[in-house]
Design a protein. Structure first.
Length: 193
């Protein structure tokens, strides 16, 4: 079994914020696969089950605030005995420009509060990361209002294009072929594609 986690904050006021890119991707994947999220109070999250030829994947949107995401993910991982390496987390990244994406296995939290919480509630930091760029605030602006703000139209269009390229690659990523998937996504994001 694998776990695919979209990070975000619950509540309508956060739906369109930069910080909720993980939730928006999880929703897009659920729509594509015909999945329905159900409340899982014991796990403090919304969970959808995706039966794939390669095995079962739990799609999760933690319903704690971002800073407590690890409570949900850790509880699910412990209950289902999911190895940390089989947890895939998609989230916003300040150090990548909008429309860019990077895969990484393990590592630090880079100042991201959701990852800080995951690192506190999982046995190690060896989970797989799918970082989606949101860029930094202009002119050295404050980070919190930026991540909790709504992206401009051009950045939202880049997000949609990136999701369109990423969605069909999720099976390859779950199968451990992130490098090949990244190359195809990069090619798909080229101007004129």
């Amino acid at each position: 079994m694998q776990l695919l986690v979209g990070l975000g904050n619950p509540g309508n006021q956060y739906e369109q914020t930069r910080h909720n890119i993980g939730f928006r991707f999880a929703d897009a994947l659920a729509r594509l696969q015909g999945l329905r999220f159900d409340a899982a109070p014991r796990f403090k999250g919304l969970v959808a089950s995706w039966e794939r030829p390669g095995g079962r994947v739990l799609l999760v949107k933690p319903q704690t605030l971002m800073n407590g995401s690890g409570e949900s993910v850790g509880a699910i991982a412990r209950f289902y005995q999911i190895a940390t390496a089989d947890i895939f987390v998609i989230y916003d990244d300040l150090d990548l420009p909008p429309g860019k994406l990077r895969f990484k296995s393990g590592g630090g939290h880079g100042g991201h509060n959701g990852l800080k919480s995951l690192n506190q509630h999982l046995p190690d930091d060896g989970y797989q990361r799918i970082k989606v760029g949101i860029g930094r605030p202009p002119h050295g602006g404050e980070v919190t209002p930026w991540v909790l703000g709504r992206a401009q139209e051009a950045d939202r269009l880049l997000e949609e294009r990136l999701f369109d390229s990423l969605l069909p690659e999720i099976p390859a990523i779950l199968a451990g072929e992130a490098v090949k998937a990244a190359n195809r996504i990069h090619l798909g994001m080229q101007p004129g594609k």
